[in-house]
Design a protein around this ligand. Structure first.
Ligand code: SAM
Length: 268
């Protein structure tokens, strides 16, 4: 017998139905999905999680935005609960990034000038400061994320701008020892040729250290065109003897999500 008049389930309904069929609360479903305890998952995260359609990206509302401005609006709106949401699923990338950098600078040498690109609420700066890095500036297009970062008193200057391959107004050549960035080298966020500008700003001998997610929708590995352009940019910078590769290393990003740590030395 054919079923007629069966209402079409929206993506949201589908997910709720799935959660109900699987048993347990939605909060438990999300916690199980990320391998963390239910108590670390906020109800607002669960609500937003089920409202979006890409199950394999923990924060699907940042994926597939039509324009940079749209994405910035999303981050402005997310700034208040961002830290709680990412910490809830054990966002380990900033700590891994900070420890990587610390291995290159002995305790007495952590007075290097660091620019944190895509600062967000400043989790990377917080981890770097704990390890003794004391001169930290941040750059991000979302004023509300930067306002949250300012609250932690970690950064010296916070610049509200997009980072691209083009020279950033106000940032001189060779003005930093190190550029770091976590959770921003993927489609829709930092452009794939942005290392051109990073290599301009960092002094010869300095480092560019980036960590990003490689699993799931919207990740660094999700769009071949983006990845190819990134690799082509690196190839060009290496041919021009501006960059030297130190390593690409598979790492954790969230507790149960993979990432990659990318580290280059600037040569000239
Ligand atoms: C997932 S958050 C990561 C924030 C922070 N680095 C962290 O690890 O928590 C991504 C950030 O990238 C910023 N962003 C997106 N496009 C950018 C661009 N072109 N230049 C600089 N920041 C950008 C967003 O505003 C947002 O704050």
């Amino acid at each position: 017998m054919a079923f007629t008049n069966v209402p079409q389930l929206s993506k949201l309904d589908e997910r709720r139905t799935l959660a109900m069929l699987m048993g347990g609360s939605s909060q438990q479903q999300v916690a199980t999905h990320f391998g963390v305890h239910k108590s670390t998952i906020s109800t607002s995260f669960v609500q937003r999680y089920f409202e979006f359609s890409s199950m394999d990206c923990p924060f699907p509302w940042i994926v597939s935005k039509q324009s940079p401005n749209q994405l910035t609006d999303v981050y402005d709106g997310w700034s208040e609960s961002y830290d709680k949401d990412v910490n809830g699923i054990h966002y380990v990338a900033p700590l891994i990034l900070a420890k990587t950098l610390a291995a290159f600078y002995p305790v007495g040498g952590r007075t290097v000038k660091v620019l944190d690109i895509a600062t967000g609420t400043g989790i990377v700066g917080f981890e770097l400061q704990k390890l003794g890095f004391s001169i930290l500036d941040g750059l991000d297009p979302s004023q509300r994320m930067l306002d949250a970062a300012r609250g932690s008193n970690v950064y010296r200057n916070l610049i509200c701008k997009y980072f691209t391959a083009e020279p950033t107004p106000g940032l001189e050549k060779d003005s930093y020892d190190v550029i770091v960035s976590a959770g921003s080298l993927f489609p829709g966020h930092l452009p794939p040729d942005c290392f051109i500008e990073a290599a301009r700003i960092v002094k010869p001998g300095g480092l560019i250290c980036v960590i990003t997610r490689t699993e799931g929708k919207g990740s660094f590995f999700s769009d071949p065109k983006y990845l190819d352009k990134f690799k082509a940019t690196i190839k060009l910078l290496k041919e021009e003897e501006k960059l030297e590769e130190i390593k690409w290393e598979k790492t954790n990003y969230y507790k149960s999500t993979s990432g990659v740590l990318i580290l280059y030395r600037v040569l000239q």
